[in-house]
Design a protein around this ligand. Structure first.
Ligand code: SF4
Ligand code: SF4
Length: 434
């Protein structure tokens, strides 16, 4: 047996070495096994260790090595409880980090009216120049020596470019290092804007959603000025952004009504974006979140269709993959991460990226912070399925997260597992290369 990825340091300290004294044993619930060229890869999602067993070694409950490395555990061990304890201690040991990552919706207004938008009913507020200046000053003040990572968000962030320009020019004046990414519909990202964004806003990645081929796209986006050329305009803007050096992640939101059409769109994009660099594609299943979306006949069909499209996207635009984590996973998302904040267009501060003027923790003009609100965003929820889920140590779900209000889905479980298997394979490939 060869260790390819060492266990997390903290997990090693908190989960002491096991010795088999003849007690009844079982496979760890957190073991993921994957066949590979030389034998079998085993990954432990709690300890973070990945080992390679060659073809002569068997994965069975009497394998002493596997016991020593916690892939086999005493039957009476409550692994789930242990995972929660390790996460909580690892989180305390990490200590408080300065805020350095900011999600900034420059406006809650938008030039499109997607039927599935989670901001339906949200009041429309646009950041003023005065607030934008104060936002820059706030970020400089609270981040200390940390480099800023900004996500421009909306509404449609480019509907209020002035705020972005003001914030970036203030940061540059103060010599504050920063980089930014943007979630946009891409409509206003023409050549001039893309060049300015790359040069002055240090914009390095945009996420642009396409909901289908031209007619489906126009129907879904329902742009307020009814521009019949909006689809071609956005495709051209994607090409321009990519040529300017800005990476583009094309997000395809899928429900039963547009699934078939998205495959046609993927084929069309393959041709039209031929030669473009730094393009990736991501398929996401729409959920009954704010409005009812077109439901597939079953969860299995939805997952299979989504993964089939993802495979097509990965083949035409290979994603650069990340390896396995090197530390215990202690955060779910920006909402439970002390280093991240959402600065709303009126200067108030919240945690989650779903714009919510009711869940305020502070403001850019105030020193006072509502710690109980911050704490409320850290409360987690454990679904019945989590008890037997192999990815549990690396999957944190927040009680307040509206994205999982209906519980865990088979789609989420399969995706989480596939993500880990993909990372295992990447680590194995790196190991083989030496
Ligand atoms: S994937 Fe679902 S079942 Fe598994 S740990 Fe995450 S929320 Fe729980
Ligand atoms: S919607 Fe859920 S996952 Fe997204 S930031 Fe909010 S709490 Fe986190």
């Amino acid at each position: 047996m060869v260790t390819i990825v060492s266990p997390f340091e903290i997990a090693q300290k908190l989960y002491p070495t096991q010795y088999n004294t003849g007690m009844a044993c079982k496979y760890s619930s957190f073991m993921i096994s994957l066949p590979c060229e030389e034998g079998t890869l085993l990954y432990h999602t709690l300890t973070g260790e990945m080992v390679l067993l060659d073809r002569t070694e068997t994965v069975n409950e009497s394998n002493q090595h596997l016991f020593f490395h916690k892939f086999i555990v005493p039957t009476k061990l409550d692994e789930h409880k242990l995972a929660l304890q390790i996460r909580s201690i690892a989180s305390m040991m990490k200590g408080k980090k300065r805020q350095s990552s900011f999600l900034i919706p420059t406006t809650t207004d938008c030039n499109a009216r997607c039927f599935y938008c989670f901001e339906h009913g949200c009041k429309r507020i646009t950041m003023t120049a005065e607030t934008a200046k104060a936002v820059a000053a706030y970020m400089i003040r609270v981040s200390g020596n940390e480099e800023l990572k900004i996500t421009w968000f909306g509404g449609e962030p480019l509907y209020n470019q002035e705020a972005i320009e003001t914030i970036c020019s203030e940061l540059k004046k103060a010599d504050k290092p920063f980089s930014s990414v943007m979630v946009t519909n891409g409509y206003y990202l023409d050549r001039e804007t893309a060049e300015t964004a790359y040069r002055d806003w240090n914009l390095r990645l945009v996420q642009i959603t396409l909901d289908g081929t031209k007619d489906v796209y126009l129907r879904t986006k329902a742009y307020i000025d009814h521009d019949p050329d909006a689809f071609d305009r956005v495709i051209n803007n994607i090409i321009t952004a990519s040529k300017t050096g800005i990476a583009v992640n094309i997000r395809l939101n899928m429900d039963a009504n547009n699934a078939e059409d998205l495959f046609c769109l993927a084929a069309e994009l393959k041709d039209r974006l031929n030669g473009c660099k730094n393009i990736t594609g991501w398929c996401e299943l729409l959920r009954d979140y704010i409005v009812k979306v077109g439901n597939f006949p079953s969860e299995e069909v939805a997952v299979e269709t989504c993964l089939r499209l993802q495979k097509t996207l990965d083949e035409q635009w290979p994603r650069s993959k990340e390896g396995l984590p090197r530390n215990v996973v202690i955060n779910s998302c920006i909402a439970d991460n002390d280093a991240c904040e959402t600065i709303l267009p009126d200067g108030t501060i919240s945690k989650c990226d779903k714009i919510d003027f009711q869940s305020i923790i502070s403001s850019i003009w105030s020193e006072s912070v509502d710690y109980s609100e911050i704490q409320a965003w850290k409360e987690t929820i454990v679904f019945p399925e989590c008890k037997t889920c192999s990815v549990f140590p690396q999957c944190i779900v927040l009680k307040r997260c509206k994205g999982v209000k209906n519980g865990c889905t088979k789609a989420l479980r399969i995706r989480k597992r596939l993500e880990i298997e993909e990372k295992m394979m990447l680590e194995y490939e790196l190991y083989k290369k030496g």
